[in-house]
Each structure stands twice: as C-alpha cells, then as structure tokens.
Ligand binder design. Structure first.
Ligand SMILES: [Zn+2]
Length: 99
C-alpha cells in the first residue's frame, strides 16, 4: 500500500514553488531581462536553481487557500526574489539550451 494512493497529496502545498514561479513571471517582465531565453529548458532550470537556493516551505492546506498568500511581502519572499534574480543572471549568461 502506497501513501500516495491512500492519502490526498493535493493538500500538501509547496509555497516556495508558487512564490518562485510568481517572482520569475514578475522579473521576466522587466526591461533588463528581455533577452533572457524563455524556452522550456531555461525556464525550468531557472525555477529549479532558485528553488534549491531557498529554504523549502511546505504547508498542509485542509481549508483551501485561506492562508495562501500569507508569505507574500515577507522576508522569505525577499529571499525568493533574490534567488530568482540569481538564477535569471546565471541562465541569462549561460542558457541551458545552448550547451
Ligand atoms: Zn533556452
């Protein structure tokens, strides 16, 4: 018997992933990042890089999205922004797809 079959893992929410994706969307829209490659490889690599830099932040959500945005505008969100910025610079200079 597998835990994943027996329990509903949809209640397990990866907050850091949500914040990283939102931050990346925001930063990709900025003027200075217009030349960064947006192919599948590069985008997912940027997300993975940034996620590996920040402390994981999972939560269990049995009551929907009540606290979904509790981490926005916190010190943790700042760390996420910095990690995403670092990933953008790294992949921007050295795109994953041109290796
Ligand atoms: Zn690319």
């Amino acid at each position: 018997m597998g835990l994943r079959e027996e329990y509903n893992f949809e209640y397990l929410v990866n907050e850091s992933e949500r914040l990283v994706v939102e931050s990346l969307e925001k930063q990709l829209a900025q003027e200075e990042n217009q030349n960064v490659c947006r192919c599948q490889d590069c985008i997912l690599d940027m997300i993975a890089l940034a996620l590996n830099k920040v402390k994981p932040h999972y939560r269990v959500s049995l009551i929907g999205t009540l606290y979904a945005h509790a981490l926005d505008h916190t010190k943790y969100a700042d760390e996420v922004d910095k990690a995403v910025q670092g990933a953008l610079e790294k992949i921007g200079e050295n795109p994953s797809c041109s290796g």
